[in-house]
Design a protein around this ligand. Sequence first.
Ligand code: GLU
Length: 450
Amino acid sequence: MTTTRFAPSPTGNLHVGNIRTALHNWLLAKKHGGRFLLRIDDTDAERSREEYVAAIRTDLAWLGLTIDGEERQSARFELYEREFQRLAASEHVYRCYESAQELDLKRKVRLGRGLPPVYDRAALDLTEADHAASAAAGEAPHWRFKLDHTQPIEWLDGIRGAQHFDPVQLSDPVIRRADGSWLYMLPSVIDDIAMGITDVLRGEDHVSNTATQLQMFTALGAHEGFGPPRFAHEALLVGTEGKLSKRLGSLGMAELREAGIEPEALIALLARLGTADPVDPALGVEALAASFDLGRFGRAPARFDEAELHRLNAAVVHHLPFSRVAHLLPDGMSDAGWEAIRPNLAHIGEAADWWKVVIGPIAYPDFDDETRAFLAAAAETLAALVWGENPWHALTSALKEATGRKGKALFWPLRQALTGREHGPDMATLMPLIGRDAALERLAATAREV
Ligand code: GLU
């Protein structure tokens, strides 16, 4: 069964780029009727915060990215220890003592000699006596994973195609610190195996991690007959100016929610961002999942345009059914009210403002004498009309005939008198909501005003 995971570190709020990765993993799982798992990567106790874990859950729930299971790395240290011991026993990991400064110096020396700045594996030459001496001096080792230099690293990336790395050009990754704490690399592989992950889809900043992690999969999994998952790496998200802007790196879901962005709009945009496929606000998640295809994603950076998101949001709001928004609307606003007003909204929050236009009181603009006379005639005409299915049509037809006014001269003063605004929802849908008494009162009031 296709099983994907989203593995955020709870060291900050999710931003648009993280959410895009989460969504794509979710769509990939849904497309194949599979499972989407959440893994909280909180091995870094100092930087991880409970409030971010809560925010991650809130954000996923807001977007409707249902999870079929959740794991927390901080609860899995026993498993990591066991697997680590297995790697130690099979000599896939080794002890090192270099300080950060020493490593930095080594890197500089290698670069100066025109060599790739990879770790020189000096610690592999240490004898048991050396280790004993370090232990006696109170020096604890950190641990590196020993890459197999005899095996070229290759995989067929779902987005980038055939990938090839020469392990000699890579440093043996540090997997465990001297204080016993874990770095990201090894626990992630242990979990991907334990959680039965079939597809790892993540940002292209992880490509070289994949190269070394593939050898960890082999070292850990070969033993029990697990194959590594399929890998795909997405091009990173950039802003409209083509760069990874500060704004984009920090634009979180809470901010978008507050700005009135609906999850449907964000999903419609992010699902296809990075492909040449059109963004279609009318497509629901089912259709987006069915059409989700890693092969459609390109290697060029995907451009995220906030203005486009807002345009898309308006298009989404114009089609949201009453049942979806009822709890967000002002008290008393009806299904018909929502349908009349929604074509005018960029955000659901603006509905309250238009609903005030319906229920009043409204502020009237100043009219000149001629317009007031016309509005007085309108009030009389309306009073004499039967309030039927389409009072706006009945009123404007009768007035057109009686006064000879047409077009803007006919409609505009009426709209202003009835709503207090120059623009707004279709009057034919608005007028039945305003109702006969209020309509009569508003026309009469503007006619009177001096
Ligand atoms: N916690 C890692 C990150 O946020 C997970 C990367 C991965 O998907 O393996 O970058």
